[in-house]
Design a protein around this ligand. Structure first.
Ligand code: ZN
Length: 203
């Protein structure tokens, strides 16, 4: 199983980090050891003083595919959920400045909490899904798939040009604006529409 994450898929988030709007989807990966299943706390690693939450809609790949055409991409995922792409922003900043890969900042153990999934058929129009993150009961991130620069099916078409997608692979589809730091004692709760899908206590 692999975790593929999309960077800068919402213009308002790209802007808040002073990044350019990408011309094609930007993706990177996290290893399976990054996965943090629902019900587990997240422990802030000692190598960072600035872990940011990034709430993202997650697609679970349901069959193997390579060179998937955009018009067929919807056949490759059935379940949708929420995840958090934890990012050691201070470490990432140094990597970016030096032109180095991001793995130290993005791929560390526990950096990919994953909530529950629902069947996509129950969600209605996938191009108008709203989702939001609360930190200690306060709204911090609010997104809607209508604002994605590259919608789900385009992401799958693009990624599968380069990487074979396999059953069980996860695609974290990018974060909207409002990313920010977490500290010990915080509790993050994510909602897809009105449904609570993920809760992560910070330790
Ligand atoms: Zn992200």
């Amino acid at each position: 199983m692999k975790i593929i994450c999309i960077g800068r898929n919402y213009a308002d988030h790209a802007k808040e980090l002073n990044n350019d709007i990408p011309e094609e989807p930007l993706f990177f990966m996290k290893p399976d050891t990054a996965l943090l299943q629902e019900g587990n706390p997240f422990y802030i690693p000692e190598f960072t003083n600035e872990v940011h939450h990034e709430l993202e809609i997650v697609l679970k790949i349901s069959k193997v595919g390579k060179h998937i055409e955009e018009k067929f991409a919807h056949k490759y995922y059935q379940q949708i959920g929420l995840g958090i792409d934890f990012t050691a922003r201070d470490v990432q900043r140094v990597c970016k400045e030096k032109g180095l890969p991001w793995e130290k900042a993005k791929a560390f153990d526990g950096s990919a909490p994953l909530g529950q999934f629902v069947d996509k058929e129950t969600l209605g129009d996938l191009s108008k899904l709203s989702f939001q993150l609360e930190k200690n009961g306060e709204l911090v991130q609010q997104g809607d798939t209508s604002l994605m620069l590259f919608p789900f099916d385009q992401l799958i078409a693009h990624i599968s040009k380069y990487v074979t997608l396999k059953t069980g692979d996860l695609i974290y589809t990018g974060t909207p604006a409002g990313v920010g730091p977490v500290q010990i004692g915080d509790v993050l709760v994510g909602y897809l529409g009105d449904e609570k899908m993920i809760e992560v206590p910070i330790k």
